[in-house]
Design a protein around this ligand. Sequence first.
Ligand SMILES: Nc1nc2c(c(=O)[nH]1)N[C@H]1C(S)=C(S)[C@@H](COP(=O)(O)OP(=O)(O)OC[C@H]3O[C@@H](n4cnc5c(=O)[nH]c(N)nc54)[C@H](O)[C@@H]3O)O[C@H]1N2
Ligand SMILES: Nc1nc2c(c(=O)[nH]1)N[C@H]1C(S)=C(S)[C@@H](COP(=O)(O)OP(=O)(O)OC[C@H]3O[C@@H](n4cnc5c(=O)[nH]c(N)nc54)[C@H](O)[C@@H]3O)O[C@H]1N2
Ligand code: SF4
Ligand SMILES: [Mo]
Length: 864
Amino acid sequence: MTCTTCPYCGVGCGVIASPDGTIKGDAQHPANLGRLCSKGSALGETIDLEGRLLAPLVGGVKTDWDSATALVARKFSEAIRDHGPESVAFYVSGQLLTEDYYVANKLMKGFIGSANIDTNSRLCMASSVAGHKRAFGSDTVPGTYEDLDQADLIVLVGSNLAWCHPVLHQRIAAAKAARPEMRVVNVDPRRTATSQLADLHLSVAPDGDVALFNGLLAHLAVAGRVNRAYVDAHVSGFDAAVAAARATDPAASGLSADDRAVFYSMWAGTEKVVTVYSQGVNQSSCGTDKVNAILNCHLATGRIGRPGMGPFSVTGQPNAMGGREVGGLANMLANHLDIENADHRDAVQGFWNSPTICTSQGLKAVDLFDACAKGQIKALWVMSTNPAVSLPDAQGVADAIASVPFTVVSDIMARTDTGDLADVLLPAAGWGEKSGTVTNSERRISRQRPFLPVPGQARPDWQIIADVAAAMGWAEAFEYDGPAAIFREYAQLSAATRQFGRDFDISGLAHLTDAEYDALAPVQWPVPAAGKGPARFFADGGFYHADGKARMLPLTPPAKTARNQFHLNTGRNRDQWHTMTRTGKSPRLGAHLAEPYVEMHPEDAAEAGIGTAELCVLSDGQNTSILRTLPTDRVERGALFAPMHWTRQRTGAPVNAVVQTGTDPISGQPALKFGQVTARRFAARWYGFAVAQTELQVFGDYCAIARTNTGWQAELAGATESVEADTILARLVGPLTGSLSHFRDEATGVQRLAHHANGRLTALLFLAPDPVQLSRPHAIAAIGQDSPSGAALAGRAAGTKADPGPTVCACMSVGLNDIKRAIAEGATNVDALGTCTGAGTNCGACKPELAALLPVHPTAVAAE
Ligand SMILES: Nc1nc2c(c(=O)[nH]1)N[C@H]1C(S)=C(S)[C@@H](COP(=O)(O)OP(=O)(O)OC[C@H]3O[C@@H](n4cnc5c(=O)[nH]c(N)nc54)[C@H](O)[C@@H]3O)O[C@H]1N2
Ligand SMILES: Nc1nc2c(c(=O)[nH]1)N[C@H]1C(S)=C(S)[C@@H](COP(=O)(O)OP(=O)(O)OC[C@H]3O[C@@H](n4cnc5c(=O)[nH]c(N)nc54)[C@H](O)[C@@H]3O)O[C@H]1N2
Ligand code: SF4
Ligand SMILES: [Mo]
């Protein structure tokens, strides 16, 4: 049993793990107190070696580490020699550990001498960082999770906490249950699982947030809710900010005067208010302004840094916060120091004893890949992120990566959409194998500890980077005997730069022994060398601008910019993590929503002639992406929502192929919630569903591949007629060496094809002119069985076991039909459903979905 930290979201839950895959929540960890969500609970299903990259590959051919390291070092050194340090770049990730991140940043900024290292946190946290720096003078998250227990009002802005930070959501739900007077407001253009917990859901217009919070600030001023003493002592810019707020028409928020009035009086009248915000705020071309619009209201009321109150930007990735601390962004130095400040640069360079130090900001993610497309980047190293899927204009980005003369990708998986474009693939040690630290949303540093052997030739990322640095000629500066040594150096840098008086201070950890590092308990920074750091910031001012004051900013809402028929909003599913390289391995997680889908208002779907379960083609004018249509009034008319998760390995074009967006001019964060697309019915001539024992390959105009507990499944559709069933099956599974049984119903056009080998059913394909109607769970269950049962071929239940229906509770594998049956049998609330079926009794993340099923049973909508 090893105490470690979950590798997924920024809640940073403590996990107790065993090599046999047993996973439990760590009751001692302050972030989760024993709770886990569905993704954390399923970690044991994702640590097998299937699909892992286990040796370095050069041009697709296995090689040894010495050769691969020497090649990478030589190519980077040659590019620097011939084209200068700005001709190389690293694109890194909030899923690296702090130690990995520190070494990558040190190599690029201090030794190569460029700041061309940016991180996928640019797509995630950059607007929050920029907003914090504008207001506070530093990138400081003032509060702690305990504030969520103590608040009387929690406002969730652009955050689907129930699905994306489920353990914090459960924490709020528990606090609300204990103190029913607590209020929750959810500001989101669409209704989500999070809206269910809210007393008030405000369906704000896309990017209507600045207008909404400007309106709130104007209201606070008029209603006499300004904390004059706090503002006078600790805040500058108040008058200009309020004047700009008064000049704003709050109707631009898209909300009715009544809704605004309710919200404003709730916020004004509640001292203990926490405003939690996330990607609906950050991922916008006015993301930084949205952040400051929220911070303005907290500063004007002095509701910051005291128990139960404050703005709270929740981080996405497990180490998004750690990356900000070590300088993973192209516009920051290590330890929250500034590239533009010569004293800061000198101090860092002196500490590193490095030959050089970058003097200006490097390329931010979107610009970095533009530079790749323009031929300016000669050598690129991508670590622990999948930009060919996750950046906007994903096809343009893939083409840009392919055009770079030398590309290295470090990943744990052999095949990713980005890895497929690389010249060199380097095998990284994954979660459970590597050792280091991560920092969560509340500034808490926790250890990730290994409990599995490192497989094949995989190595931890810090070691891969340090070896390349050594081969480039800087062996002495990169000689570490383990992550503890790196962490000590990092903490010593914090001690060496204390004179600058930054918020970030871990000098108290500068002398940890290896054993102390191994045993390090979760600890919130600041951890000063002497005394104890405060748990919260700014209750008594102490901001990091030169005058010690915070700044309120005058803000103007953006002008409306609709270019196309539909506004495409994007985000996440409950049970998948980003590009699914890990969560996609778990049949339980895949069962919740097995296909890429687009939420569309039923009237829009009807207008476009798209029937239930039909497919929809989104286009930005250049690229297309085909998704299953999910008609639902959770989205407004004219709005669409699609999850980001599906890759070229599991479907055709990822949704980001049609997300072409601008970036926030201050933070450089792309407006990933702001696609502009047309949508039309996909004219399918045939639909299909396949299940097989072995991995399936993408085939057809539409394809969605997912794991099942007997192998793999695929939903299929094509626009061309007369593809033979056995041709399709062979394209999906490879050569059909066993025997085939083929049934064709001439009246309906439905075909069924079964493949069996050694007396067992190994693959099944169903084809139909309309969306295939059959019980997926039963077809899946038939795979691997003795002989092709007639029932399985007919797509019906075999024997008496009832069809569970689409999965609602992934942890306990409970389907929609199970739940409907329990309701029909008299279950009237979520707890009763739990008693009858087990649903919701592990992580509880499906409770909003269970609650939604209680009064009515939405039939066509599996995702409710
Ligand atoms: N299950 C799961 N959990 C995850 C992740 C995952 O992949 N899967 N990823 C992690 C990461 S890295 C991150 S960054 C977080 C993200 O966590 P969240 O930010 O909570 O998730 P998203 O679904 O990206 O977006 C949140 C909401 O923003 C809304 N939104 C869109 N436009 C606007 C707008 O203009 N204004 C407002 N107010 N809201 C808007 C969307 O409708 C959406 O419901 O999740 C983390 N947790
Ligand atoms: N449309 C749209 N696009 C989005 C978003 C959105 O809301 N909408 N959200 C954006 C946000 S907030 C984020 S954070 C990004 C996330 O997007 P990405 O970072 O591109 O997605 P991941 O799938 O998390 O990629 C992580 C990669 O690292 C690999 N990996 C896992 N562990 C390790 C390790 O220890 N070492 C190494 N070297 N590799 C490892 C995984 O196999 C995987 O290939 O997506 C962004 N893209
Ligand atoms: S909420 Fe879930 S995904 Fe996030 S850290 Fe906790 S267990 Fe992991
Ligand atoms: Mo993120």
